[in-house]
Design a protein around this ligand. Structure first.
Ligand code: GLP
Length: 239
């Protein structure tokens, strides 16, 4: 695991893009594993800028997102489908038919997503991290063997995400569909970005803690190619 400590969010976003660019420069038909949350927005801005200014193209790329809420429509303003279009897809040349996000609330939807990913090995999986160490929506206690599955969101995740739903926890979906831990571990390379002091404990667990299902991100210590990009605040407990 390579840990890169940056001064702040902007520097972390630029560094994360360097890691991403290395992958897409080497392979113009790369398969990208993408994430939502506020953390990767800076990375996506760098991707958009380099596409617009220098023509870096995603026309041959495929993408698979980590997760999606259950119980809200894809076109809901807070769906991850909408988020990805607003923050990335609408501004680059990736083809709509090459974009994949999980969707649905049953095992058939989970199986269909795993099947869709089968033919495409994810070249780089972007991850944020929850304050409780979750990746995707794999909450503490999720089996390391899990594939795409439906989850009940934990109270902490619901309250953390309430800021996107008028600060009203009642409006936050209580379930999600997410790639599992075993799905994430299949990616060739993982790029995890964490910024802000509220991520310091999770980053400690990720980098220096025991590998345990109580802190899902800790499994990444066993992945052969992980780059962790953090800012000073998120790195405060690992220094
Ligand atoms: C959500 C997403 C995660 C993300 C996490 C952290 O729970 N499902 O993929 O990593 O939030 O979000 P943020 O980057 O906004 O702190």
């Amino acid at each position: 695991m390579e840990v890169i400590i940056c001064k702040d969010y902007d520097e972390a976003s630029a560094k994360a893009y360097e890691v991403m660019k290395e992958v897409i420069s080497a392979k113009d038909d790369a398969t990208l594993g993408l994430a939502t949350g506020s953390t990767p927005i800076g990375l996506y801005k760098n991707m958009i800028k380099d596409h617009k200014e220098n023509g870096v193209s995603y026309a041959k790329c495929h993408s698979f997102n980590l997760d999606e809420y259950v119980g809200i429509d894809r076109n809901h303003e807070q769906s991850y489908y909408t988020f990805m279009h607003e923050n990335l897809f609408n501004h680059i040349d990736i083809k709509e038919e090459n974009i994949n996000l999980p969707y649905g609330d049953d095992q058939a939807a989970c199986d269909a997503y795993e099947k869709a990913m089968d033919g495409y090995k994810i070249d780089i999986q972007v991850l944020g991290i929850g304050a409780n160490g979750h990746i995707g929506f794999n909450e503490p206690g999720t089996s390391f063997d899990s594939l795409t599955h439906i989850v009940d969101l934990q109270e902490k995740t619901i309250s953390d995400n309430a800021r996107f739903f008028n600060n009203d926890m009642n409006l936050v979906p209580k379930k999600a569909i997410t790639m599992g831990i075993a799905t994430i571990m299949k990616a060739k390379k993982v790029l995890l970005i964490a910024t802000g002091a509220n991520k310091a404990d999770a980053v400690y667990g990720l980098v220096k803690g025991e590998v345990t299902e109580s802190l899902p991100a800790s499994i990444l210590q066993r992945h052969p190619d992980v780059v962790v990009v953090v800012d000073e605040a998120a790195a405060s407990k690992i220094k």
